[in-house]
Design a protein around this ligand. Structure first.
Ligand SMILES: Cc1cc2nc3c(=O)[nH]c(=O)nc-3n(C[C@H](O)[C@H](O)[C@H](O)COP(=O)(O)OP(=O)(O)OC[C@H]3O[C@@H](n4cnc5c(N)ncnc54)[C@H](O)[C@@H]3O)c2cc1C
Length: 484
């Protein structure tokens, strides 16, 4: 057996099970070096935000721990990726480098340059797909174009879900290189916040492969059956909360789909199909950004380039702090701040409010999410914001403006979610919890709420704001017709 080492370069695939690069490298029987490179400068405008860095810190430690139990360890380096990788090859004499691809623009650019540089050094390069069910370069319409509508895209993929390969096993034992390689301690990467806003993140999450497997197991056992309604009711959160684990690759979609199919009972089959379809939306998001790489900055529907936003630092800040005066919006924004996550239904409500009621550019909302979400993911975030703003693929039409009061009354009828995140409104009766400014004075007094002091009055009037949004939308439609 050759003793020439091979390198596995970890990226957004921080797991050992069902990891194609790890599986192939360890199957060679050669010594394997497990490498992670911290190179935020290679990510351009989308270097990981504060919440993602928190997650990464813990996830890297967790991966190192798992590798150590198998007799190896994680080598962490810092610097421009291409420089570190080529230096690592020279230092170790490695003959082969394996990794799992990333599909967003910066990930692809790094992939290509590293692949070229290593090939020039006569190093064998193997790139796998470890993060998606379907490689985005494999699926086109019958006219050979990329899909821009979800349903036909998913219909095309769906039949292949049934024939999905089984997940790859975790290696049992690892062959290490004889000499320990220098490694930067994760703590020295300076990923944790200096101001301690992160205490509640520790209560909410267990980053790493073990935490991901536990979440999946609990979800399948306890929440899957309720998912069709749970995915709309933020108070119960009967959803999987696997998004950060998926983003960092601590679990793969192949593992999830198999777990859902294996554990499905007859009465769960509809819920299972609905859940797998959501995984399909994740696939679609990655597919779209792969084919339309500018969409993290620019709307897919180009007429929205002319949309007249009304940027206001004050409105943006009120929204970020959860001080808009609309309880469902504010509860969502505070959940995000405290836990790094927000229920999908509420993400749609707060995004619609920012873009349509406040006419703030969707890119400003996407940026805030990028910094505060533990699951911040360029593909999913871009899709979510463009979908809500009406300017993306298969988007909700712009004229569908969510009414934050009615959304609150429909999806948080008893106000449990609002009360959890806005303790200042806890004593308000359910009838007024989503519209405190309409509550009679004696009700407010009884609940101990002084509007404008304990909790803000609405910063805009929704029905006026709706009209203003529709008029701005009318302007770009007229302009596009004239342009034609
Ligand atoms: C404005 C906006 C921004 C968003 N930003 C992000 C983001 O940065 N990162 C992120 O992972 N998701 C994002 N989403 C999608 C969605 O809200 C989250 O994936 C979901 O709430 C995560 O919770 P969960 O894991 O419990 O989801 P579940 O309901 O349990 O779904 C399982 C998985 O399916 C995928 N998924 C579910 N819904 C969607 C969707 N609408 N689009 C794409 N994938 C989906 C996720 O990977 C999720 O983990 C955004 C949605 C909106 C409206």
């Amino acid at each position: 057996m050759s003793q020439i080492p091979v390198i596995v370069w970890f990226r957004q695939d921080l797991r050992l099970a069902d990891n194609p690069a790890v599986h192939d490298a360890t199957s060679t029987g050669q010594p394997v070096i497990f490498l992670y490179i911290w190179a935020p400068e290679d990510e351009g405008a989308w270097a990981p935000g504060a919440a993602s860095r928190w997650w990464l810190h813990h996830s890297l430690n967790s991966l190192d721990e798992s590798l150590r139990t198998l007799g190896s360890c994680l080598v962490v380096r810092r610097g421009r990726t291409i420089k570190v990788l080529t230096q690592m090859v020279r230092e170790t004499g490695a003959g082969k480098v394996l990794w799992n691809a990333r599909y967003e623009p910066s990930g692809l650019a790094i992939d290509h340059s590293c692949s070229d540089a290593l090939t020039a050094l006569d190093v064998d390069v193997q790139v796998h797909n470890g993060s998606l069910l379907f490689g985005p370069a494999d699926i086109y319409t019958t006219e050979g174009k990329p899909y821009t509508v979800f349903t036909p895209y998913w219909n095309r993929c769906k039949e292949r879900v049934g024939q999905m390969r089984p997940p790859l096993a975790t290696p049992r034992k690892l062959v290490s290189v004889p000499k320990a390689l220098p490694s930067v301690p994760v703590a020295q990467l300076d990923l944790l916040p200096h101001i301690h806003w992160d205490t509640r993140l520790y209560d909410s999450w267990q980053p790493g492969e073990k935490g991901a497997q536990k979440r999946l197991k609990d979800f399948v056992k306890e929440k899957l059956a309720a998912y069709p309604t749970g995915r709309n009711l933020p108070a119960n959160a009967e959803v999987s909360m696997l998004s950060p684990h998926l983003h960092f690759g601590e679990i793969s979609p192949v593992q999830i789909v198999h777990a859902i199919k294996d554990r499905r009972k007859a009465d769960d089959s509809e819920a299972a199909a609905i859940y797998i379809k959501e995984i399909g939306w994740r696939e679609f998001a990655h597919y779209l950004l792969f084919h339309f790489p500018n969409t993290s900055e620019r709307p897919l529907k180009s007429e929205f380039d002319r949309f007249e936003w009304h940027p206001s630092a004050k409105h943006l800040e009120d929204w970020q702090k959860g001080l808009t005066g609309y309880p469902i919006v504010d509860a969502g924004m505070r959940e995000l701040w405290h836990t790094g996550w927000m229920h999908n239904r509420v993400r749609m409500i707060v995004a619609s409010f920012l873009v349509k009621d406040l006419l703030q550019p969707w890119q400003d909302g996407a940026r805030w999410f990028w910094d505060t979400l533990v699951d911040a993911d360029l593909s999913n975030n871009t899709l979510g914001w463009q979908w809500t703003a009406g300017c993306g693929a298969d988007a909700a039409p712009f004229f569908r403006v969510f009414n934050p009061v009615l959304q609150g009354e429909k999806f948080d009828q008893q106000g449990q979610y609002v009360r959890r995140w806005l303790p200042e409104l806890r004593e308000l009766p359910s009838k007024w919890i989503q519209r405190p400014w309409e509550a009679p004075e004696e009700v407010l007094v009884e609940a101990g709420v002084v509007l404008g002091e304990d909790y803000p009055k609405p910063i805009v009037d929704h029905s006026q704001a709706r009209k203003r949004a529709l008029s701005a939308y009318g302007d770009i439609r007229r302009a596009s017709r004239t342009a034609v």
